[in-house]
Write a protein that binds this ligand. Structure first.
Ligand code: NAP
Length: 267
């Protein structure tokens, strides 16, 4: 089966089902007991086209924050001519939470664009030009020194609500937050408080606790939030079909499946 988010029990009802391929990179919606039978291997989508799209979005969002574009846009709506302090990319440290397929590519692009880049992952990585950290101390140090923080983690029991009031308070004053992981990584009320009283400059958000974002949600009209409707790295039917078909053909020829989800880790 090739699927996104099947109805509970739908997969269990298919006789002889051997493998489930997700059409998404994130599999949090599939990894529910009533959705995915415990014995079935689940393959997530790793598609270079998706990685390229995410890399592009992250670079665009980081540049927009670095050059205060959301703030200038808000000023424009009020006819305010006010120059904000500008500085070079080389002096704007960026942190990336998640150094997998998407995070590593984004980190490489940001480094190439001159941003001092650090990243955080579960296991310790060694990536040229990127300061790699892991563990709770590693998270603390990334938070404390990132003027722009990009979240591209998978949603698991360990990362759910990770960016709460305490975590956001560790960011330097005037920092920016970019979320392209999942909405539930951020405690939305804590983000609003950090924007309104905690010294966070602004946020670029592509994912939300509830999608579509409900009408009247405070994010819609917040002057320092730039939001996009979950488009940072959409699945391309054409390229994803090729990736999935290639994996399936290999499997049928006796090769091991690639990109099988580790059910214990949750991603
Ligand atoms: P991936 O290759 O599985 O990488 C996940 C990264 O997160 C890895 O570096 C992993 O550490 C790290 N990680 C996982 N749990 C952690 C924890 N508890 N503490 C610290 N680090 C942890 O995933 P990916 O392909 O890069 O995708 C990441 C996520 O992006 C997806 O799960 C999805 O939620 C999101 N996404 C969003 C969109 C969109 O349009 N907004 C599109 C695609 C994907 P290790 O390296 O040590 O394993």
């Amino acid at each position: 089966v090739v699927t996104a988010t099947p109805e509970p029990k739908a997969l269990a009802a298919i006789p002889g089902l051997e493998v489930v391929f997700s059409i998404n990179a994130g599999v949090d919606a599939l990894l529910r007991e009533d959705v995915l039978p415990a014995t079935l291997p689940l393959v997530r989508l790793v598609d270079p086209a998706m990685t390229a799209a995410m890399t592009e979005y992250v670079l665009g969002a980081v540049l927009a924050c670095h050059r205060h574009l959301p703030l200038y846009s808000a000023q424009q709506r009020q006819s305010i001519w006010r120059q904000l302090p500008e500085k070079l990319a080389q002096t704007r440290p960026v942190g990336i939470l998640g150094l997998g397929e998407l995070g590593q590519s984004a980190a490489a692009r940001l480094t190439a664009n001159g941003f001092p880049t650090q990243g955080w992952s579960r296991s310790r990585h060694d990536i040229a030009g990127v300061m790699c950290r892991s563990g709770r101390d590693g998270l603390d140090s990334v938070l404390r020194s990132s003027e722009i923080l990009v979240n591209v983690l998978p949603l698991t029991p360990d990362t759910d609500g990770l960016l709460d009031r305490l975590a956001l308070a560790k960011l330097p004053r005037g920092a920016w937050l970019i979320n392209v992981g999942r909405g539930r990584h951020i405690v939305e009320t804590d983000l609003l408080a950090a924007l309104d009283e905690g010294g966070l400059a602004g946020a670029v958000l592509d994912v939300f606790e509830v999608e579509p974002l409900p009408p009247g949600h405070p994010f819609w009209s917040h002057p320092r939030i730039l939001l996009t409707p979950h488009v940072s790295a959409p699945t391309s039917v054409e390229t994803a079909a090729r990736v999935i078909a290639g994996n399936l053909l290999g499997y049928e020829a006796g090769e091991p499946l690639r990109n099988v989800v580790d059910r214990t880790a949750g991603y």
